[in-house]
Design a protein. Structure first.
Length: 357
């Protein structure tokens, strides 16, 4: 295959994506440079902040890779108070972040879903509708998704984690509450309701192939999602998947594959929003900057009170756990400036793939 020809295409076959994901050294650099060129042409050099609120680590699920899975008794469970959440929203407003992302362990009891509705209404009141709100609170019924949409959430991230059903069941229990089809249908519900729906996968999982990753990219394209959040898999010692950590390759390999995935997706879906995941910085100090230079345009600075952050350890050694929000803002602003990107302060930063449909 001719790399220069492929990089100038608008669409890609699975075989071409496998070829691109297999690139190394100078050829890999060509791919990343092309993705940056496409990003700058299509959506510019602005990076948007989503002030992250890790609302609760209580979870009803037992995903085999996750540090806050229900069976992990080492975790101290917490749920933020209403006032703490609203304080974070006020902080985002004061720092001119433009948007919030509220993330939580997966629960669908009515006490939880009603509380999220209440908080959405209160955040909208507090900010006079100025804060964009992304939710990442797992699988819910269409009615609940609609209720949250009407209360003011307009973006939703529900990561499929792998679009290969067989691989999905190697990283989740095979039962009713970890159903691949339920998750996929939930994602379709979000799109139907009118959310800017996002999904994503882990990169470098045990048992995962390059073909799986190429199919993941085509899955995002087929669903026509507005945003994607994907990052390197980092094994957590208190999870069943940890026993397969020797199958995942080294940090550099998984990091490089993540950069190639971001770059390929930018070529495949030039106008979507893509998150530069904190997990990239966990592996390498400048990981988030490299993700932005490979095609990402969203960063999620953590606003969660520091006393809770140690307990939201989905994966170990998370970056920036001890940083105060103000430190984080200054640090990220400098990091973005160092790579000739600017922060879209005060903007929702909606996906151009969504707003221009």
């Amino acid at each position: 295959m001719n790399l220069d020809n492929i990089l100038n295409q608008k669409d890609f076959t699975k075989e071409e994506l496998v070829f691109l994901l297999s690139l190394e050294n100078e050829d890999m650099k060509k791919l990343l440079d092309k993705a940056l060129e496409v990003k700058l042409r299509e959506i510019g050099n602005e990076v948007y902040f989503r002030g992250l609120i890790e609302y609760s680590n209580r979870c009803a699920k037992s995903c085999l890779y996750c540090g806050v899975r229900l069976p992990n008794e080492k975790v101290v469970r917490y749920t933020m108070t209403d006032q703490e959440v609203l304080n974070c929203a006020k902080m985002a407003l004061d720092m001119d972040y433009g948007s919030l992302a509220i993330q939580s362990g997966e629960r669908n009891d009515r006490a939880f879903t009603s509380k999220i509705t209440y908080l959405l209404n209160e955040i909208n009141k507090l900010s006079d509708g100025k804060l964009g709100i992304t939710l990442s609170c797992g699988e819910q019924t269409e009615e609940v998704y609609r209720e949250w949409f009407e209360a003011g959430a307009h973006r939703y991230l529900l990561r499929i984690e792998s679009s290969n059903k067989d691989l999905y069941y190697k990283i989740h229990p095979h039962d009713d509450i970890h159903s691949f089809d339920t998750r996929l249908n939930a994602l379709k519900s979000l799109i139907n309701i009118g959310y800017q729906a996002g999904t994503g996968v882990m990169i470098g999982l045990p048992f995962q192939t390059i073909e799986d990753l190429a199919n993941d990219l085509l899955f995002f394209k087929e669903l026509n999602v507005a945003m994607v959040g994907m990052g390197p898999f980092i094994a957590h010692g208190d999870t069943p998947l940890y026993q397969f950590k020797d199958l995942i390759g080294d940090d550099q390999t998984r990091f490089n594959m993540t950069m190639k995935m971001i770059a390929c997706l930018r070529l495949l879906m030039p106008r979507i929003n893509m998150v530069a995941a904190t997990a990239n910085q966990t592996l390498f100090e400048k990981g988030r900057e490299e993700a932005v230079m490979a095609g990402a345009n969203i960063i999620m600075p953590n606003l969660t009170p520091t006393k809770y952050r140690e307990e939201y350890m989905i994966y170990p050694n998370k970056a920036c756990v001890g940083d105060q929000p103000q430190e984080c803002q200054g640090c990220l602003a400098q990091r973005m400036q160092s790579i000739n990107h600017k922060i879209g302060y005060g903007k929702w930063g909606d996906s151009k793939a969504f707003t221009n449909l």
